[in-house]
Design a protein around this ligand. Structure first.
Ligand SMILES: *[C@@H]1O[C@H](CO)[C@@H](O)[C@H](O)[C@H]1NC(C)=O
Length: 426
């Protein structure tokens, strides 16, 4: 038995072995003695080179086609030396060269992982196949560097390597919704051959974020006379979760019964409107807590402060607290006729009141303490000329435009015992 070996994929005519020497012949004798290859089928892989006396390849030989994964890859041929009537067996080993890349069956892969997946979870990755044998076949896998994932290789009983993706750190869809990894499969040949598969990780959403209001406190000013239905403000809470997990509804969290009738908060739009007439004089500041809730009952909170601004909508009120009627006609100038109290429910300028009378009458108003006024005479009254007065007191606030009230005081000048005394003077 003659044994040779030749690497696969060599050029046609590559010398496999010195057949003439191994048969004990001179090269020229190969032709003379009618030496030829007689094997069936595989004989076309090799031929004899009569001039050099050697067995040579008849073409390129692909080991993988010939023997697939079996090793060693052996081809047996017989050589007949016709003249001697002798048959020689020749066994040729086709040795492997690293002529194949490892190949992935599937191209790119998408792996879907929920963001609540716990570290340690494993996900199968595509496998590669390399038709070469031994060290020239698939030896290892590498994963591109990544914060969240590592690679685990599981070797089966038959020696196949199953790559698995291992979650090392929890994912956050809101921070990074996709991750791109590259899986490389390499053989151990010289030079090393490899190929890659792209792996896209799609992070699936979990409702793990609570809604957050744009502002911790919303402040709004509103005139007390706005019509019911007037929009006060629109509150907004954002929830970074996806789709339905990010949808929020709004409602009051802490509000007293009275306030809940005055204001309306739209569940979906966050629009807050005035539901009824406001009254600055009744309440000028409302404070309430609102909340935004998502489908998972995760809550966000905020506050709304509504400052009601006064509108000059109240007339001054004048009360006659004392009236000294009738007045004696000989009363000294400065005699008090009446005490008046003025009051305006509005605030600021809208509530500041000035009081006066028409100055063609012998009366004037003097300011007393607080909101009191004295109506006094400023000269002697003459009953013969005027015996009754209809005194108009005008109270006006300082609003723009001002509101005023008129109060009428009917006064009688009394005839005193002293008619003569009066005459004396004239
Ligand atoms: C006083 O004058 C006002 C306005 O002119 C009038 O409405 C009112 O009736 C008068 N009062 C009396 C008692 O005459």
């Amino acid at each position: 038995q003659i044994r040779y070996s030749v690497p696969e994929e060599t050029d046609k005519g590559t010398v496999v072995g010195n057949i003439s020497k191994d048969l004990g012949l001179e090269p020229r004798e190969l032709a003379e003695r009618g030496v030829r290859i007689v094997s069936r089928g595989r004989s076309q892989l090799f031929s004899l080179n009569p001039r050099g006396g050697s067995l040579v390849t008849a073409g390129r030989i692909d080991r993988e086609e010939l023997c697939a994964q079996s090793t060693p890859c052996l081809v047996n041929i017989n050589i007949l030396v016709e003249e001697k009537g002798k048959l020689f067996g020749v066994e040729i080993e086709i040795t492997d060269i690293n002529d194949n890349n490892p190949k992935f069956h599937v191209g790119d892969l998408e792996v879907k992982i929920n963001e609540i997946a716990a570290p340690g979870a494993r996900y199968p990755l595509p496998e590669a196949v390399d038709p070469d044998v031994g060290i020239n076949s698939l030896q290892s896998y590498q994963l591109s560097p990544n914060r969240h994932f590592s690679l685990h290789l599981q070797t089966g009983d038959d020696g196949t390597i199953n790559p698995e993706l291992v979650l090392e750190r929890t994912l956050d869809r809101e921070e990074e919704p996709t991750h791109h990894l590259v899986l490389t499969a390499s053989d151990g040949g010289e030079p090393r051959r490899s190929s890659t598969a792209l792996i896209q990780i799609t992070v699936l959403d979990t409702n793990d974020n609570a809604p957050v209001f744009d502002q911790p406190v919303y402040r709004v000013k509103v005139l007390e006379n706005v019509a019911p239905g007037t929009l006060l403000l629109t509150v907004r809470a954002s929830d970074p979760d996806e789709g339905v997990n990010g949808k929020v509804t709004y409602k009051f969290r802490k509000i007293n019964e009275k306030q809940s009738l005055l204001f309306h908060l739209h569940e979906n739009t966050g629009e807050m409107t005035v539901a009824k007439n406001l009254d600055y004089e009744e309440c000028s500041l409302y404070e309430m807590e609102i909340q935004a809730e998502d489908v998972g009952a995760l809550l966000g909170r905020s506050k709304v402060i509504i400052m009601v601004e006064d509108v000059n909508d109240n007339r001054p009120e004048v009360t006659i607290t004392s009236l000294f009627n009738p007045v004696l006609e000989n009363s000294l100038p400065g005699t008090v006729i009446a005490f008046l109290n003025v009051h305006d429910q509005d605030s600021g300028k809208n509530g500041q009141v000035v009081c006066y009378t028409h100055d063609n009458l012998p009366f004037k108003l003097e300011k007393s303490i607080d909101n009191y006024y004295r109506l006094v005479t400023w000269k002697y009254l003459d009953r013969e000329k005027v015996s009754t007065y209809n005194i108009t007191v005008i109270a006006s606030d300082l609003g723009a435009p001002p509101l005023s009230t008129e109060t009428y005081i009917a006064l009688t000048v009394a005839d005193t015992n002293d008619h003569h005394h009066h005459h004396h003077h004239h």
